[in-house]
Design a protein around this ligand. Structure first.
Ligand SMILES: [Zn+2]
Length: 169
């Protein structure tokens, strides 16, 4: 899936469920991260491309790497999140954080939490256009419903965004 489609689907899904623009933007940024850390693919046939191909959708796409810190953040947020569940209270928490740095900790945890949600969304979305590492990182899982950059990918993206808008309004 193209980065733009990853970001659009993830950002819309998170905004629909949270109503928080910061969470949505953070998740959208996270939804490119597993590909960003693989570096640029380079020209096809070049050494850079073959190095990239060897590590493409390997460790960077193992969901457990993102799930473990996400669970710790969830535990932390379950005790400290009362300030950050809407965009308005989020801004209030930042304002408080200007006087008391500890008030910023839930804000940082919340932003990071959704960044990691974005990473996991990316991997789930890749699993419908090919394979990604499963719970056992040596084994792969996934179904190729459509190829990356195909018209079906754009129809899928449009459908998800359309559904998100319908659910939100
Ligand atoms: Zn990917």
């Amino acid at each position: 899936m193209r980065w733009f489609n990853h970001e659009l689907i993830t950002g819309m899904a998170v905004f629909t469920t949270t109503g928080n623009i910061v969470a949505a933007v953070s998740a959208a940024l996270g939804s490119s991260f597993p590909d960003v850390i693989e570096g640029r693919p380079g020209e096809e046939g070049s050494l850079q491309h073959s190095i990239w191909q060897r590590r493409h959708r390997k460790g960077s796409h193992w969901f457990v790497f993102y799930l473990i810190p996400l669970l710790f953040l969830l535990l932390y947020l379950s005790k400290n999140s009362s300030l950050v569940f809407s965009t308005g209270s989020f801004i209030e928490a930042i304002r408080l954080g200007l006087n008391d740095i500890t008030a910023l900790y839930p804000v940082i945890a919340y932003t990071l939490f959704y960044f990691l949600i974005g990473c996991i969304f990316h991997i789930a979305q890749d699993a419908i256009t090919g394979t990604v590492p499963s719970l056992n990182p040596r084994k792969r899982t996934g179904v190729r419903f459509f190829t990356v950059g195909s018209i079906q990918e754009y129809i899928f993206t449009f459908s998800v965004v359309f559904l998100a808008v319908i659910l939100y309004i």
